[in-house]
Design a protein around this ligand. Structure first.
Ligand SMILES: O=C(O)CCC(=O)C(=O)O
Length: 343
C-alpha cells in the first residue's frame, strides 16, 4: 500500500486547470469480494460497508452480453464528432458533459453522459437523447438499467438481512418507489499524457476528482482500464484493480445517514490512464425527492444518539448543487453536537 498526497496543480504546462496526482504503484488487493449468492453474503456485505463503504460483487447474474453491448454502444457514442456529442449538452445537469463536472468549477479529464431516470424531473437533454440517439443505444441503456434496478434491490435487501432488520425492504423500498431519483452515467476518460512535475516526478491527470456519492448506493462497472481509487479509513488512497466482469458497489451519503454512520460513504476518485481509455457505467440509486432521510430506528441501538438531522432528499440535492465535488456534502445535516465532535 502506498500513501499518496496530492500537491497543487502543476503550473508549467497547458493542463493548468487539471489536478494531477501520483499514482500508487501497487494495486490494493484486500478489497472485499462478495458473491451475490454466497451463504454469508449478507454479513460480508455489512462488514465491507462498515469497513470500506465499498466492495466488489461477483456472480451477480447480470449477463455479460448485455454489459458488453452497452459498452460497445458507449464507445461508439464517445467516438462521434464533438459537434454531434455537444447536441446533448451542456449538462442541465443531465446530458453530455465534457471536462466540467457540475457548476462550481470542478474539472476532470473526462467526457460523460448523465441520464435522468426520475419521472418527476424534466431534463430536455435526457429527452433529446431518448428521442434522437440510435435505437440500439437506447435499448442497451434500458436493458442495463433494468438489471441494475434489480441488482440494487438485492444488495440493499442483503444489507437489511445482515443488519438483522426484520423488514427486508427497509432500504430497497426507496429505490423500488416509482418516484425514486435514480441516475445513470457513462464516463469516458480518454488516454492522457503524463504531466511532468517538479523533481522529475511523473503524475497522472485527475479524471474525476475525489467525492462521495450522494445516493444510497452506486453500482459501478468499468472496462479493463484501471484508474479508480478509494480512500481507506486511515486516509490512504489506494488503486482498485480493474475487473470488467464484476461490479463495484459504493455506499453513498444517504445510506451513511440511514445507518447513523454505521456504513461509510466511500471517498473515491479516478486518475486518467496514460495509454488506454477507461469507460465506466454507473447506476446511482437515490430516494424520491420528497422522501425524508434520517437515521433509522431499526438500525440503531436503544439510547443511541442520532448523528444527523432529518432532511429531505430534495434539500440535500439543493445543498449539493452549491458545493464542490470534494466538499463534505453531509456537513449541513450533522446534529450540532455530532458536528463539534467530528471537528
Ligand atoms: O468512472 C469511475 O470509475 C467512477 C466515476 C464516479 O465516481 C462517478 O461517476 O461518480
Amino acid at each position: 500500500m502506498v500513501a499518496v498526497s496530492c500537491p497543487p496543480p502543476p503550473t508549467n504546462n497547458n493542463v493548468l486547470l487539471f489536478q494531477s496526482c501520483n499514482k500508487p504503484a501497487n494495486f490494493y488487493e484486500a478489497i472485499p469480494v462478495i458473491g451475490l449468492s454466497d451463504p454469508d453474503a449478507a454479513s460480508l456485505i455489512v462488514r465491507a460497508s462498515q469497513d470500506f463503504g465499498f466492495f466488489k460483487l461477483v456472480n451477480h447474474g447480470v449477463p455479460m452480453e448485455l454489459i458488453t453491448t452497452l459498452e460497445n454502444e458507449a464507445v461508439k457514442y464517445f467516438g462521434k464528432p464533438q459537434s454531434d456529442k455537444d447536441r446533448a449538452g451542456p449538462p442541465d445537469p443531465f446530458g453530455y458533459g465534457n471536462k466540467r463536472i457540475g457548476w462550481n468549477g470542478d474539472v476532470g479529464w473526462i467526457e460523460y453522459l448523465l441520464l435522468n431516470l426520475n419521472p418527476e424531473i424534466i431534463s430536455p437533454n435526457t429527452q433529446f437523447i431518448l428521442n434522437h440517439y440510435p435505437h440500439a443505444f437506447c435499448s442497451a441503456v434500458e436493458k442495463y438499467v433494468s438489471e441494475m434496478r434489480k441488482l440494487s434491490y438485492e444488495v440493499l435487501e442483503l444489507m437489511a438481512d445482515g443488519l438483522g432488520i426484520e423488514e427486508r425492504n427497509t432500504f430497497s423500498r426507496y429505490l423500488r418507489d416509482e418516484k425514486s431519483d435514480c441516475l445513470f452515467r457513462l464516463n469516458h476518460y480518454p488516454p492522457c499524457s503524463e504531466v511532468e512535475a517538479p523533481l522529475g516526478c511523473v503524475k497522472n491527470l485527475m479524471g474525476f476528482g475525489e467525492h462521495t456519492d450522494p445516493q444510497l448506493i452506486s453500482l459501478l462497472r468499468s472496462n479493463n482500464t484501471s484508474g479508480l481509487q478509494i480512500c481507506l479509513r486511515d486516509g490512504t488512497w489506494v488503486s482498485v484493480p480493474s475487473d470488467n466482469t464484476s461490479f463495484f458497489i459504493n455506499i453513498g451519503d444517504t445510506l451513511q445517514v440511514m445507518t447513523n454512520g454505521r456504513f461509510k460513504s466511500v471517498k473515491h476518485r479516478v486518475l486518467a490512464d496514460t495509454s488506454s481509455s477507461r469507460v465506466s457505467m454507473i447506476y446511482f440509486g437515490g430516494p424520491p425527492l420528497r422522501e425524508k432521510i434520517a437515521p433509522l430506528g431499526s438500525v440503531m441501538e436503544e439510547e443511541e444518539e442520532k448523528l444527523y438531522k432529518e432532511f429531505t432528499w430534495c434539500e440535500y440535492k439543493k445543498a449539493m448543487y452549491k458545493s464542490r465535488l470534494s466538499d463534505n456534502r453531509l456537513a449541513p445535516f450533522y446534529k450540532a453536537a455530532a458536528q463539534s465532535d467530528s471537528e
